[in-house]
Design a protein around this ligand. Structure first.
Ligand code: B12
Ligand code: SF4
Length: 660
């Protein structure tokens, strides 16, 4: 079946390629969208540059104008009706591309596809859900059949070699139902580098943050992984020179100086040395201070010079696929490359190179129990002393060996793909009753990102890395503990579109929705205030002090001790009054002024190390207020503490903003 929708006899003069990265629904059926996101999508950037390349090379004909529009639904609303209307123009062809659709985004992507198809536009969908599913099953599964029945085309595999041809088919109204390119793995060396769109970056909390895949493919065999079944075991990598051109341009034109190189295992990217050497040249010869994080395996520390060059090249954080610290779990998952006995050496090797470690830890392997997970998290903190951890619930992702085997064995799996986001229970576990698994997962986040552990990490952090880790703590605590989601999914400040709700959930009246949102925003603001105060305290307790500040504090301490030793406030005032009797021109400071001075000295000393005394003051004041002891609350103390609180918060905010 081919898509023949336009029905226009002659070829169009313009082609509009609309690239959409669908989001997913939350548990209440609202699309997850944030005011500011955290990580721009590399898949969007990749499809953007492939389309731009087709446009530049005029693959679709000399006269055809190609426009590209890009939407990431996790940070911006997709104007479905407007896009449909734009396709009604006689000389213009519009093609909707749903890109990088993962399993958890699949239900939302299907809903969008349905609306575009109803509006008469051709739609094509790609990404890991369709690619992984079609790769593992020798037949079309029901949810993919539903797409085909809607007239949506499905792309299985990587598209670098075929994008021009697919767009040509779209222009000529002959899109095929399935494009299968999975056995045609592209050689990335010569392919366009993902291009980050400036306007898109503005929708993220840090617009200096980019993502690029420098390579694809992984030689290992983990049973929960989909990557090997889509991108294969053979590693392919991009040219270091081409990467250098993009990195330079991004740095100079867009101010992008931090990257997440998204390769699943950078240590197995056979071009790692060329890429690191290129980054070192950019840093050391051209002064482009680019920093980055990479994902590596647990054997990475054994590769001669890998860590040393990574660090010199600007690697400040490494994400390690540790997954578990129970050897029986690792064996069950086919992760035979991980050896628990070597973890300490691995972490030490990265720490010695001043690179912060971030481990991926999966909860729900066969030998996990609530108690073992709790103990493992303690070991991550006490024994391994990793700076960060990301927790995931084991999920049978379509495209993985686990999913295939569970399907064959007829085991229970959640039928709602929206839940395959690694923070929902999607299967049954022998050691957890329903709900307990989720509880263990939540507790892991809470325990790892406790104030005490964050303080320990920051107090020992390499000064160059201090702010990277600090900001990550804010991001992670917000996503996991305020948004109750996952840092890989949740950004800052949730937005909800009242009318765009998943089928099965009623659209609320305006008033009901307003009440819901006000309640949520009140709760959100409270959580953020306490998060910010916690982070402020963390900063006060761990920040590096300058020499000048240390000298000033020592001086304040000395003056205060002297004043305390020699004169009490009342005595000081008495001394002034006596002096005034002899010399009338002398100014006698008021009792308040003297109290203020004394107070300021006291607070200045303690407060620069902690805001605990302010906190205690507020608790006491609140308590007095509750007990009706209003007259024991001294107004001047309230004013002074408020000023001090505001002053300190401004200092903290300025430090966070200034930090790079
Ligand atoms: C970087 C990354 C992220 C980043 C950013 C996402 C991004 N795309 O940039 C972050 C950290 C946010 C992330 C989050 C998650 N991720 Co992720 N992520 C990756 C990773 C490692 C690289 C993505 C990438 O850049 N690939 C390179 C691009 C170019 O490849 P691609 O997306 O497949 O696109 C190619 C083809 O699919 C095809 N194609 C794609 N779209 C289209 C559209 C059309 C029309 C056509 C014709 C072709 C086409 O052409 C592209 C170019 O060849 C992949 C693994 C991997 N190797 O891809 C996992 C992966 C995609 N993530 C995965 C998962 C599960 C998640 C999370 C749910 C879990 C989690 N908690 O981490 C969240 C969900 C977040 C969300 N809502 O997006 C799974 C998805 C599996 C599945 N079946 O769903 C993967 C495969 C890893 C895995 N564990 O198996 N992820
Ligand atoms: S090491 Fe990572 S990318 Fe490679 S197979 Fe295992 S989970 Fe997949």
């Amino acid at each position: 079946m081919e898509q023949r929708l336009c029905g226009v006899g002659r070829p169009p003069e313009r082609l509009k390629v609309v690239l959409i990265k669908a989001s997913k629904y939350d548990d209440e059926g609202y699309v997850i969208r944030h005011f500011r996101g955290v990580l721009p999508s590399n898949t969007l950037a990749c499809l953007y540059s492939l389309t731009d390349d087709v446009r530049r090379r005029r693959v679709l004909g000399e006269d055809l104008q190609v426009d590209i529009e890009l939407y990431d639904e996790s940070v911006s609303k997709v104007p479905v009706d407007k896009i449909i209307r734009s396709g009604r123009h006689r000389d213009r062809k519009v093609i909707v591309c749903l890109v990088g659709v993962q399993t958890n985004q699949f239900p939302r992507a299907v809903d969008l596809a349905r609306r575009f198809r109803q509006g008469g536009l051709p739609v094509i969908i790609g990404g890991f859900h369709v690619s992984g599913t079609l790769a593992m099953f020798n037949q079309v599964t029901p949810e993919i059949q539903e797409l085909l029945d809607l007239g949506v085309s499905v792309a299985k595999g990587e598209v670098e070699e075929n994008w021009g041809e697919i767009l040509k088919d779209a222009v000529h109204d002959r899109l095929r139902p399935i494009y299968d390119t999975i056995s045609d793995l592209p050689d990335l060396y010569t392919k366009p580098i993902p291009m980050i769109h400036r306007g898109y970056l503005k929708r993220f909390a840090s617009s200096n943050f980019g993502t690029i895949d420098c390579g694809r493919g992984c030689p290992f065999n983990c049973s929960f992984c989909t990557i090997i079944n889509v991108q294969g075991h053979k590693v392919r990598y991009r040219s270091a020179d081409a990467l250098a051109r993009t990195l330079r341009e991004n740095y100079l034109r867009h101010g992008i100086d931090f990257y997440f190189f998204t390769d699943d295992d950078f240590a197995r990217n056979t071009g790692w040395r060329q890429i690191f050497e290129m980054l070192i040249r950019l840093r050391e010869d051209e002064g482009l201070k680019i920093q980055f994080m990479i994902q590596v395996d647990t054997l990475s520390y054994k590769i001669p010079q890998f860590i040393e060059l990574a660090s010199r090249a600007g690697c400040t954080q490494v994400f390690i696929g540790m997954e578990s610290i129970n050897p029986k779990n690792l064996k069950a998952a086919g992760k035979t490359q991980n050896h628990v006995g070597q973890y300490k050496d691995l972490i030490k090797a990265w720490h010695d190179a001043k690179v912060a470690t971030h481990v991926g830890y999966i909860i729900g392997f066969p030998f996990d129990t609530a108690e073992s997970v709790r103990e493992d998290v303690e070991r991550l903190k006490r024994e391994l002393q990793v700076e960060q951890a990301s927790f995931f619930m084991l999920t049978p992702l379509p495209g993985s060996q686990d999913h295939l085997e569970m399907t064959r064995a007829g085991e229970y799996m959640d039928s709602d793909f929206n839940n395959y986001d690694s923070f929902h229970e999607t299967t049954r576990h022998a050691h957890f009753k329903p709900g307990e698994w989720m509880e263990a997962y939540r507790k892991a986040w809470k325990s790892f990102y406790s104030f005490e552990y964050m303080r320990e990490v920051l107090a020992n952090a390499n000064p160059e890395n201090y702010w990277n880790i600090f900001r990550n703590f804010i991001w992670y605590k917000n996503s996991a503990l305020i948004e109750n989601g996952h840092p890989m999914v949740h950004g800052f400040f949730r937005l909800k579109d009242r009318r765009d709700r998943r089928a099965g959930f009623a659209v609320e009246s305006r008033v009901k929705h307003l009440v819901r949102r006000l309640r949520e925003i009140r709760q959100y603001s409270r959580s953020w205030i306490s998060l910010l105060l916690e982070m402020e305290e963390l900063w006060l307790q761990t920040r590096r002090r300058s020499e000048a500040e240390l000298r000033l504090l020592a001086e304040l301490k000395r003056v205060r001790a002297e004043v305390r030793r020699n004169l009490r406030t009342a005595e000081l005032q008495l001394a002034h009054i006596r002096a005034k009797a002899h010399m009338p021109e002398i100014h006698v400071p008021s009792r308040w002024a003297l109290l203020f001075k004394d107070f300021n000295l006291a607070v200045a000393k303690r407060v620069t190390y902690s805001r605990e005394d302010i906190h205690i003051f507020w608790l006491k004041t609140k308590d007095r207020f509750r007990r009706g002891q209003i007259f024991s609350i001294l107004p001047h103390e309230v004013v002074l503490h408020s000023i001090r609180e505001a002053q300190l918060f401004l200092l903290f905010a300025a430090a966070v903003m200034r930090a790079r």
